[in-house]
Design a protein around this ligand. Structure first.
Ligand code: NAD
Length: 255
């Protein structure tokens, strides 16, 4: 069983969006003592979030801009984070985009855009960070899927999004199997409807009512609901959980 080093870092992708899951996760983890590496599209915005985390929570933090769909930029960003932070013990792949295009209106450019960001992006960051974790024989990876993968869309985004998020579950299971011998766990969190701006802008009360119609818990989820699940799965005591998908969706999908 691996013991965590006293000083340890988590890299979070997609952590610059003001009302997003990544940003909430960064704050939640910084508040609990994690040093944080922020990756998002804009370098200055990523560095600004890191500076805010240091100021608010007194932890080490560093930001680096990267397009997760571009492997070279991902590798450069992780190199930069690694040079400026304590040991990378955890990775949360949160960056993603929505895609509401109906299937019959879909072209290959939209298909490629969504698959490149939401699936290839998870792979590129995971592949790079896995090198470090395997060397250290310690790591916790959490990938954000979606209830859309399990229910065939049904919220805002449609087919390429569902496909990419289903791919994330497959990637999670397979990489979990290969990295298990190196004490690296890999899990997915599958959110239901969460109150962020990704579903075409800030949710109106009417939209929220529609979204909760099929849920067991009668409210839309918060970014904090997802942050707490990530915090649990990257914890020192979660080392016997790997290859799993944790549904944080108010009971929308049960199986
Ligand atoms: P958001 O739009 O607030 O955050 C997404 C973040 O990813 C942004 O900071 C954005 O800049 C970043 N990003 C987008 N493309 C990128 C790229 N190519 N490279 C680097 N960064 C990029 O949305 P959110 O709701 O916080 O979504 C976070 C994750 O949760 C996404 O993967 C999303 O698919 C997933 N998710 C969200 C919901 C929901 O209801 N909000 C439900 C299920 C899954």
């Amino acid at each position: 069983m691996n013991v965590f080093p006293e000083e340890r870092s988590v890299i979070i992708t997609g952590a610059a969006s003001a009302r997003g899951i990544g940003r909430a996760t960064a704050s939640y983890l910084a508040e609990r003592g994690w040093a944080v590496g922020v990756i998002d599209l804009d370098d200055a915005a990523s560095k600004a979030v890191a500076a805010e985390l240091t100021e608010k929570f007194g932890v080490r933090a560093h930001g680096a801009g990267a397009n997760v769909a571009d492997e070279a930029s991902v590798r450069a960003a992780v190199d930069e984070l690694e040079a400026n932070l304590p040991q990378i013990v955890a990775l949360a792949n949160v960056a993603g985009v929505s895609s509401p295009t109906p299937y019959l209106e879909l072209d290959s450019a939209e298909w490629d855009r969504v698959l490149n960001i939401n699936l290839n992006g998870v792979h590129y960051v995971t592949r790079r960070v896995a090198e470090t974790m395997v060397k250290n024989r310690l790591g916790r990876i959490v990938n954000i899927s979606s209830v859309s993968a399990q229910r065939g869309g049904g919220t805002f985004s449609k087919t390429p999004y569902s496909v990419a998020k289903a791919g994330v579950i497959g990637l999670t299971r397979s990489v979990a199997r290969e990295l298990g011998p190196f004490d690296v766990t890999v899990n997915a969190v599958s959110p239901g409807p969460i109150d962020t701006d990704i579903m075409g802008g800030t949710l109106s009360d009417e939209r929220k009512d529609e979204l909760v119609a099929d849920l067991v818990v009668t409210r839309v989820g918060t970014p904090r609901d997802i942050a707490a699940a990530i915090h649990f799965l990257i914890g020192e005591d979660a080392g016997y959980i790997s290859g799993q998908t944790l549904n944080v969706d108010g009971g929308l999908y049960m199986h």
